[in-house]
Structure formats: structure tokens, C-alpha cells
Design a protein around this ligand. Structure first.
Ligand code: FCB
Length: 461
């Protein structure tokens, strides 16, 4: 068996010049310090017993706000080219608008400047799900004025950081916001209304388009967005229509409007009993189709489907037909091996997802902005978590991503999810994706074997 260093070295030889390697996090999952900001819909959601499996709330998370220097050191030690983080909207404006929150602005100044001092490119996401509660109370992403508010938020961020942030993502995974937050009750705000799910998806895209214009007007560089896309596999060869519609609801519903093709006709038809799509306007679609400089893909698992057999497929986060309103009833049939999320490990589907996306959004450079796995992390060696399953996952998926490059896809980089163990949304602290272990009691950070592996890949290029 090859040593980790030998494997890292072999992989590094495939990494092209200029290819970005980084790690990713998001504000609500790591920051803590909820008193230093306003409330978000995730604070409201977490306050209701049962919404987050282990009762985790925003504090202390990874106490990142108070441990920024330690975390910057960690990034420097890893040697990453870039670090993907998100701004917390209620840390910039406590109520989402009006008076700026000075301490919040200072915090992101320290983060961005600390990255730059270490030669790490700041890759910022404007919105990774922590919508200010004030807007949530008005209807959140189905409240039409949210698009203007998002534009104002973009203005504030660009005013302050456009000169130093290297790349801008408007949104993280609008599918999750819309389908887990509005169509179902799995994520905040837990609306459980499929019609609102589609409206939220559209208004999120519209807000994206608005933000692109604002960021450009401030000469912000590298403006893009981040989608969770995947390959739908018709496992029994009997579910072609299901495959088509789930692909539409997962992938094309976002890619088609971004590419200027509007809402896919088959999706409008499949959802006719749920919504009439009357919230869509030509002006909105025009803004949504503004050119972007790059697209980020968050990829974890394929969606493998088969005709419904009503048998129990065990625990799988986010895979059932409730989260795809309008789809015919199909079964999700992930194969082994699977991660702790119940997600099938299938690196080839990352290659196909990249190839398909490059065809659907031609001319736009792609990044893998998240990829990683939750594993039991119960093996230890020399005081660190020896997470060889995570090493295998990361290694096979970077290889699969590079395979897509070999097939002509303009893929520019890969970010591992996540820099450190953090709050996995409704799963709380029960699922760990970090390449660095965080002790929830002491907050001590200890790199796992996967962190040493990524570090070795970076160093050996
Ligand atoms: C993605 C989220 C990210 C993280 C991973 C596991 O959907 O963007 O915050 O929770 O899943």
C-alpha cells in the first residue's frame, strides 16, 4: 500500500499550473459570536426544538470570530491557494439593512487582510443561507422586495471589500434554500410549501442577477455563483421521465435561466399543479442571465433513482421526492459505499456532472467549490483522527474532477468541504466534514490525516 505522502505526490503530478486548491466554510456553521450580529432565520429555526437533531445553536460553533488568528495560521499551514468563506448578512447589517454593524465589518477586514498577508486568495460568498430574521419575518425569499435588499447588501459589501476579495459568489446552493427551506421543512425557514419553493428559487436567482450588476459597477473581480449540481442515474432503466424531471428540478431549473434559456418548459409543465410561475417576469429573466465569470459546483453524491418500490432505503439526507415537487414518485437507491449522510460515494458522477454542466453553460469556467464527506472519524493515530475514508474520498474526487478537465472541461479549481468540523445544519454537530478536527468542548483544532494529505498535495505540485 502506498503511503499518504506517495499518494499525495502522485496526485499532485496531475494538478495543472494555476489550478486553485482551497478549503471552504460558511458563516453560520463556524462563526459563533451571535451577539456580535443580528439574528438570522437559522437562529430562529435552531431555537425550535426538534429542528436541529442534537439541539445545536449558533454558539459557539467553531468560535471562529474569536479564534480568527488560529484559523488563519491553520490555513497558512495547509498552504491553500484560496479560502472560500461567506459573509453573514446580519453581521454586516444587524437587521439586514440600514446602519452598518461596524464590528462585523472589522471582522471581515481582519479575515480578508489576514488571508492576503499569507498569500491566500479570499473567495467570498455573499449568501450561505443566514438570511436576516427581519426579512424572514416578511416572507424571506418569497417577499418580492428581497431582490432590492440583496442589491443594497451587495453595494455595502462591494464598497468595503471589492478591492481585496479575489472572487465573489452571490449565492450558495439556491436549490437547498428553496427546496429544503421553502418546499419542505428540513432547513430554515421550514416553510413546507412547494409553491413557495419555486418562487424562492426564482427570487434567489433574481437577487443573484441584481448582485452581479452591483458588483460589476464596483469593478469587483471574478463574479459568479455556486450551485449544487449532480448527475441523476436511472438505475433500473425504467425511470427515464423521473430522471429527466429530477435533473430539471436539480440542475436545469438554475442553469437554463443563467444561460438565458428561461425556466425549462418541461419543469413548468411538471409543476403546473403546484404553481403557475406568475412571479416570473421578462425583466427578471434578463437580469438573471447576466454573464458571469465562473460557476461553482458543490458536488457530494449522485442521485440514483429507480421505480418506486416503497421499500426502506435507510437514512439519506435530502433525497426523497418531497424535495423535488412535481417529480413522479421514484425511489432513491444509493449504492454502497455511502458516507454518514447516507450519500453514495461515486466519483465518476462528479466527472459527468462537470461535463454536462460545461455543455449547458458554455464558455463559463467551472470550479468545484465544495466536495467532501462525513465519516465516523473514530480511528486515531498519534493523537490525530486517521480519516483514511476521507482521504480516499478527496483523492478520488480530485482525480475525477481532473478527468473532466482531460475531457475538455474548463475546470479551474477545487475546494474541500470543509476546513474544519462545524455545524452541519439540521444534523447539528453529529456529522463531521472537517479535514481539521474541532473539539466541541475545548475548541482545540487538530488536523486530521486528510489535512496532511491535502497539504502534501499542495506542497508537492
Ligand atoms: C452543502 C452546504 C455546506 C455543507 C455541505 C455538507 O450543501 O453548502 O454548507 O453543509 O453541504
Amino acid at each position: 500500500m502506498l503511503s499518504l505522502d506517495a499518494r499525495a505526490h502522485a496526485l499532485s503530478q496531475r494538478i495543472p499550473d494555476g489550478f486553485i486548491l482551497g478549503t471552504a466554510t460558511s458563516s453560520w456553521q463556524i462563526e459563533g459570536d451571535s451577539t456580535g450580529r443580528g439574528s438570522s432565520i437559522w437562529d430562529d429555526f435552531a431555537a425550535v426544538a426538534g429542528n436541529i437533531k442534537d439541539g445545536t445553536t449558533a454558539d459557539p460553533a467553531c468560535d471562529h470570530v474569536n479564534r480568527l488568528d488560529t484559523d488563519l495560521e491553520l490555513l497558512g499551514w495547509l498552504g491553500v491557494d484560496a479560502y472560500r468563506f461567506s459573509f453573514s448578512w446580519p453581521r454586516i447589517f444587524r437587521t439586514g439593512e440600514g446602519e452598518l454593524n461596524q464590528s462585523g465589518l472589522d471582522f471581515y477586514d481582519r479575515l480578508i487582510d489576514g488571508l492576503l498577508e499569507r498569500g491566500i486568495k479570499p473567495a467570498a460568498t455573499m449568501y450561505h443561507w443566514d438570511l436576516p430574521s427581519t426579512f424572514g419575518d416578511q416572507g424571506g425569499w418569497t417577499w418580492a422586495p428581497i431582490v432590492d435588499r440583496f442589491g443594497d447588501y451587495a453595494e455595502a459589501l462591494a464598497n468595503r471589500y471589492a478591492d481585496r476579495v479575489d472572487s465573489w459568489a452571490t449565492l450558495n446552493e439556491p436549490w437547498v434554500s428553496a427546496c429544503l427551506g421553502y418546499a419542505t421543512t428540513i432547513h430554515a425557514p421550514g416553510a413546507g410549501d412547494p409553491a413557495r419553493g419555486f418562487e424562492a428559487a426564482y427570487r434567489l436567482l433574481h437577487a443573484h442577477g441584481r448582485a452581479v450588476d452591483v458588483l460589476r459597477s464596483h469593478n469587483a473581480p471574478n463574479v459568479g455563483t455556486v450551485l449544487n449540481l449532480t448527475t441523476i442515474i436511472d438505475d433500473d432503466g425504467k425511470s427515464d421521465y423521473g430522471r429527466q424531471i429530477i435533473d430539471g428540478l436539480q440542475n436545469r431549473i438554475f442553469l437554463d435561466p443563467l444561460a438565458g434559456r428561461g425556466i425549462p418548459i418541461d419543469i413548468i409543465e411538471a409543476t403546473a399543479g403546484i404553481t403557475d410561475w406568475s412571479f416570473v417576469t421578462d425583466e427578471g429573466l434578463t437580469e438573471i442571465a447576466r454573464p458571469i465569470d465562473w460557476l461553482g459546483i458543490n458536488y457530494y453524491t449522485p442521485a440514483r433513482i429507480a421505480q418506486s418500490t416503497a421499500s426502506d432505503k435507510g437514512f439519506i439526507v435530502g433525497q426523497n421526492t418531497d424535495v423535488y415537487p412535481g417529480s413522479p414518485l421514484v425511489e432513491f437507491v444509493p449504492r454502497e459505499p455511502r458516507t454518514e449522510m447516507g450519500w453514495e460515494i461515486h466519483a465518476e458522477s462528479l466527472t459527468t456532472t462537470l461535463v454536462d454542466t460545461a455543455e449547458r453553460l458554455p464558455g463559463v469556467p467551472l470550479f468545484i467549490t465544495e466536495n467532501g464527506g462525513a465519516f465516523p472519524d473514530d480511528e486515531h493515530v498519534d493523537g490525530r483522527v486517521n480519516d483514511l475514508d476521507r482521504v480516499d474520498y478527496i483523492e478520488s474526487h480530485i482525480n475525477a474532477a481532473l478527468d473532466a478537465r482531460d475531457r475538455g472541461v474548463d475546470l479551474r479549481g477545487y475546494f474541500a468541504w470543509s476546513l474544519m468540523d462545524n455545524i452541519e445544519w439540521a444534523e447539528g454537530l453529529l456529522k463531521r466534514f472537517g479535514i481539521v478536527h474541532v473539539d466541541p468542548e475545548t475548541q482545540v483544532r487538530t488536523p486530521k490525516s486528510s489535512a496532511y494529505f491535502l497539504r502534501a498535495v499542495i506542497a508537492a505540485r
